[in-house]
Ligand binder design. Structure first.
Ligand code: SF4
Length: 520
């Protein structure tokens, strides 16, 4: 009995000390606070503690703003974003009622940097452990932008994060390396004039749950519901990442209920699977789509064989003996298994002959064409062509499938729920056009699936109809010209034709003409 009461007393002291410390830091200066809220347990504890601590201050003492921010990557797991929206609304309403200076905000990626604009528009391969481009663009940059806006208005800000040393040894080291002995604030690793305060850094996971389950949410959320969310999945926390070093220590946040529904960084999705296992069958099409997207990432036929900037690069292959044959080794990566492909299945091409070979065989490296060749250099090393973005055809296929899922999706609580936003579609349309989609296929794809048009802007840059394009292609073939290059040059010329000053025209023409793949 005395052990239990000791534990109880320890918990009371821990909480009271934490609130005391929060009040002390709050009253120390007039720098506003920005609190990251991810919907998970740790950030919930931070906000609840701050709320309770502030309620014990007098109105004269409540002289600086607290901004609670949540990130909405636009591909958040549907039920989670719904609950985050509800919580933000409740916090703000209750704070007004209690006269607390708390405001809530959602931070979103710029449309040019959203998941779909990058994948379907620009053709970025879906993020994985090695190329995790998503967190910066979708979470860190928008949150940092919010913080910098506040820094510009107030001079300095303090970020409150729900990080805990006990989460992992790496996390503990990161927190320690940023802390100064005896100081509660750490310098933000990248943002000048921003500081980080981690009020629950000493909390264990038990402390977190003990507090949440024994202290009612001031704004009326059900902390038991949050507990159930964790207990029926073995997934972890996905902090609202606002500090690069903490991001490195966090690993993938997709391995959690609180990550993006389409996260391809994890091998196996837990965010959606957990919900589906709990009866939310309507999300199954999302899981199937996510699995398909993950499966095509390294499919050579879906990827261009040069980089976005036109640069061709070679990947050296290892040739080893396997079952008595010389084979190239394709190493295991993500879901892909290790593979041995006999060298005899490839045609060996000397590097100097590559351009002629591609021309003679009519191989277009921007399409699904994947010449079955090994490129040999003068020192007898062997290479395959490295992969670039998804081909335009692959991007069209991804969009078509995504829109079909969207059309048939039945969100039980939100009829207007969209997997991809109208603004993203408009942005993707522009990018495709600049990438040579002169047919302007996006509105057609949309119409084919939904049977109606969106309010598309009229794009008077459209130069050709399908017949014109066929003619152009034929002419290029007859004259031995690169069809894509011709389309690109015509587009650049057209873009500048409306302006008297042709500033940048020559640079753009020269960069189009100097793309690597044209000069192998
Ligand atoms: S959940 Fe996955 S896709 Fe989303 S930001 Fe995190 S790592 Fe990227």
């Amino acid at each position: 009995m005395s052990i239990i009461s000791n534990l109880f007393n320890d918990q009371v002291t821990l909480i009271e000390d934490a609130k005391e410390e929060i009040r002390k830091v709050y009253l120390e200066d007039d720098r506003p606070w920005v609190v990251g809220y991810s919907g998970g347990k740790d950030s919930t504890v931070v906000i609840q503690l701050v709320y309770e601590a502030l309620k014990e201050l007098s109105s004269e003492q409540l002289n600086k703003k607290i901004y609670v921010i949540s990130s909405d990557t636009l591909v958040e797991t549907p039920l989670i974003i719904q609950s985050i929206n509800t919580t933000l609304r409740r916090i703000e309403e209750k704070a007004i009622e209690d006269n607390l200076p708390i405001e809530t905000h959602k931070v979103k990626p710029m449309i040019e940097q959203s998941f779909w604009t990058n994948i379907i528009g620009k053709g970025y391969p879906s993020p994985n452990q090695q190329f995790r481009w998503c967190t910066d663009r979708m979470k860190i940059d928008p949150a940092n932008q919010f913080i910098m806006d506040k820094v510009n208005s107030f001079g300095e800000v303090i970020m409150l994060l729900g990080v805990r040393e006990q989460e992992s040894a790496t996390r503990a080291n990161v927190i320690k390396s940023h802390s100064t002995e005896g100081k509660l604030l750490m310098r933000h690793s990248t943002l000048t004039n921003a500081y980080v305060y981690a009020p629950i850094k000493k909390f264990s996971v038990d402390d977190v749950w003990n507090y949440l389950l024994n202290h009612e949410s001031p704004w009326g959320d059900d902390n038991y519901e949050l507990y159930r969310l964790y207990s029926d999945s073995n997934s972890g926390e996905c902090p609202l990442v606002v500090d690069k070093t903490i991001k490195e220590a966090a690993g993938s946040c997709g391995n959690s209920r609180f990550g993006c529904w389409v996260c391809t960084v994890v091998n196996e999705d837990k965010a959606l699977t957990g919900f589906i296992n709990n009866g939310h069958d309507w999300m199954k099409p999302l899981l199937n789509f996510r699995n398909w997207l993950s499966s095509i990432r390294d499919d050579r036929s879906m990827r261009m064989k040069y980089r976005m900037n036109g640069q061709v690069y070679y990947l050296q292959v290892q040739i080893i003996e396997h079952n008595g044959e010389d084979c190239i080794l394709i190493p295991k990566k993500g879901d892909r298994k290790r593979e041995f492909i006999p060298v005899t299945e490839f045609e060996i091409i000397d590097q100097a002959e590559l351009k002629t070979y591609l021309k003679e065989n009519n191989i277009d490296l921007s399409t699904s064409d994947d010449p079955n060749i090994l490129i040999r250099d003068s020192e007898d090393n062997y290479y395959r062509l490295g992969l670039g973005p998804f081909t335009l055809e692959a991007r069209k296929e991804i969009l078509t499938r995504l829109l079909k899922v969207q059309k048939n999706l039945k969100h039980p609580h939100d009829e207007s729920y969209q997997l991809i936003q109208e603004d993203e579609l408009k942005e993707i349309r522009k990018i495709w056009f600049n990438n040579g989609d002169f047919e302007d296929s996006l509105p057609m794809i949309y119409y084919d699936i939904f049977g109606y048009d969106l309010d598309w802007e009229k794009d008077d840059r459209l130069l050709f109809d399908r017949d014109d394009l066929t003619q152009l292609e034929l002419m290029c073939e007859e004259e031995g010209l690169d069809y894509r290059l011709m389309k690109r040059l015509l587009l650049i010329e057209k873009e500048h034709s409306e302006f008297k000053m042709k500033r940048g025209l020559m640079d753009q023409l020269s960069s189009a003409l100097n793309q690597d793949y044209l000069h192998l």
